[in-house]
Design a protein around this ligand. Structure first.
Ligand code: NAD
Ligand code: MG
Length: 380
């Protein structure tokens, strides 16, 4: 029996994780849940899973939850360190990091430093500080939840690290892949939030539409699998059936496939190295019909080019790119900037930033703060 904490339990990955855990009751006991605000959903989750701790960010939500549960029944952790505190409870064995954004980094570092398993959906922590996070982790301590990285992780088992030629990360292309480039500046948040194949949180759905999500995933893959940039390719695959591939030195290409359902990579991260039965739709290739592939268009989707640039340059580049993108996505969602301006703001900020090649955590956090302020200044 392993004790598990789910950070971001009210989000898309968080809810899917609890669905997985609900069916693995003999293997996992939920000891902690966390959310930014949605206290009513969090309260329902507390009723069902009976964790000892919750971490909650929003003050109003904290008050409401306090009225609902007696303090002998539930410990409510609050404040800026609450994610770090909840993962640091002694009884915790496994942490699923499913919060969105840079806020996940300190908790990821604490989890790894304390030798606990980290099932990582929060790709932003590796994008920001992969060079700090990865050397702290032992082999297979960080298990990828991102579907592409889970696919690569699973495919890598077909050979040795020295036999890997390259990885091929698939991308659905998002809702605008075939949309005329000159009309992209006019797309609305509602259009951008309609992802063709995956149901996800708002931020990652916008990132999928700009292809910034793939940019972040290139950086995530570089750190997780210790790859050179010239070993990371991206291919557009609109059906999202092949979740990614690995090409070995003998020309064999191993792919991991399945219907798009995040419960599969979540469960694999939790049960690895074993597999457990899971109620998901079986892949019926004859009804899928055809699997198609296209070369990514970096002119139409400049975010992808920025991702390669940040992955190559390393240092503070990832943290700056990520922070600028977080603020720009928010600005697009509230109608302050156009869709195409998301990548332009990010490009401007990473271009102007004071680059540090070997940053410490303090430098990373400072770059993050600076980049947020830079975008906000342009928005006034
Ligand atoms: P979401 O917006 O649906 O959920 C985010 C969760 O984080 C919520 O529970 C929210 O309460 C919590 N949160 C947000 N801000 C917080 C803060 N400041 N402090 C504490 N908690 C906070 O997002 P999601 O789609 O579930 O994505 C979560 C992470 O997983 C992201 O890093 C995303 O890139 C990654 N991911 C998601 C998917 C997917 O299918 N949704 C796939 C791969 C990777
Ligand atoms: Mg992904």
């Amino acid at each position: 029996m392993k004790n598990i904490v789910v950070l971001g339990s009210t989000g898309s990955i968080g809810k899917n994780t609890l669905e997985v855990v609900r069916n693995l009751k003999d293997k996992f006991r939920v000891v902690g849940l966390s959310s930014n605000s949605r206290w009513e959903l969090l309260a329902e989750q507390v009723e069902e899973f009976k964790p000892e701790y919750v971490a909650l960010n929003d003050c109003e939500s904290v008050e409401k939850l306090r009225r609902r549960f007696h303090k002998n029944q539930l410990n409510i952790l609050t404040g800026s360190n609450c994610l770090k505190e909840i993962v640091s409870r002694e009884e915790v064995d496994v942490v699923v990091s499913a919060v969105v954004g840079a806020v996940g980094l300190p908790a990821a570092i604490a989890t790894i430093e304390q030798g606990k398993m980290l099932a990582l959906a929060n790709k932003e922590s590796l994008v920001m500080a992969g060079h700090i996070v990865m050397p702290l982790a032992r082999k297979d301590q960080i298990l990828p939840v991102d579907s592409e990285h889970s696919a690569i992780f699973q495919s890598l088992h077909s050979g040795k690290p020295c036999e890997v030629k390259r990885v091929i990360i698939t991308a659905s292309g998002g809702p605008f892949y075939d949309y005329p480039m000159e009309k992209l500046s006019d797309v609305t948040p509602a259009q951008a939030l309609k992802h063709p194949t995956w149901q996800m949180g708002q931020k990652i759905t916008i990132d999928s539409a700009t292809l910034m999500n793939k940019a972040l995933e290139i950086i995530e893959a570089k750190w997780l699998f210790d790859l050179r940039i010239d070993q990371i390719d991206v291919v557009i695959h609109p059906q999202s059936i092949i979740h990614s591939m690995v090409e070995f030195c003998d020309g064999s290409v191993i792919a991991q496939m399945g219907m798009p359902d995040m419960k599969v990579p979540i469960q694999y991260a939790l049960t690895y190295p074993e597999r457990s039965p899971l109620m998901v739709q079986s892949l019926d290739l004859s009804s899928v019909g055809s699997l198609t592939f296209k070369k990514p268009d970096m002119e139409k989707f400049p975010a992808l080019r920025l991702g390669y640039q940040a992955a190559k340059e390393g240092g503070t580049m990832g943290a700056t790119l990520n922070a600028a993108n977080e603020v720009a996505v928010q600005a697009f969602l509230v109608g302050k900037i156009q869709f195409t301006e998301i990548a332009s703001y990010v490009e401007k900020v990473i271009h102007n930033h004071h680059f540090i090649k070997n940053p410490c955590l303090g430098d990373i956090l400072a770059a993050d703060t600076w980049a947020r302020q830079e975008v906000k200044k342009c928005l006034i």
